[in-house]
Design a protein around this ligand. Sequence first.
Ligand code: 5GP
Length: 206
Amino acid sequence: MTDGEKRMTFPNPMLVVVSGPSGVGKSTIVAELARRHPQVVPIVTATTRAQRPDEIDGVHYHFLTESEFRELIERDGLLEHANNHGFWYGTPIDQVRGILAAGRDAILTISPEGARNVRRLVPDALLIFVMPPSMEDLAQRLRDRGSESESSIARRREDAERWMAEASDYDHVVVNETGRPEEAGERIWEIIQAEARREPPRRPRV
Ligand code: 5GP
């Protein structure tokens, strides 16, 4: 019996949190990982920031107004929420529960502040930090994205320097080598597989 089959018979779903500085390529890595391994289901988080031209509502984010976001908080609909660079972001709790109840691994791509909060709220979550090969590489990626002003890049870079110091609080660190998101995705998949064999198993309660 392969590891995959064993897990289907005795599901031991995990809540995986992928964090790291913005622009490091977390979303691309997670999209690659989920495409190759349907056992892993990405959570679509909610935000009040404006939709970028290449983004689809309900796929990349649930784009909400400030008042819709506040309502969600008031109904206890978010596992965690945080203000990143002036906008609100939050994790819809029903999605996390639904994915775990279906016996699949829920994967959440959030800011380091969010990761810290999930660690506190769900101690059995698996936390993975994605690092850029260098700070220069990170700034260049933000510039290439074309959606960020120089002042926004400078702010994100300052945040990144602060956050990198926290990498040791995570269960695992993965370096996203420039232009190789599928490799970083596979590395995360290997980590998930190894963690699934862990005794005692992680039992995320959400
Ligand atoms: P961006 O605006 O570049 O898409 O995302 C900015 C930051 O917000 C990224 O680090 C992203 O991972 C993070 N983020 C996205 N969704 C959430 C969420 O639900 N909670 C938290 N805490 N951060 C999030």
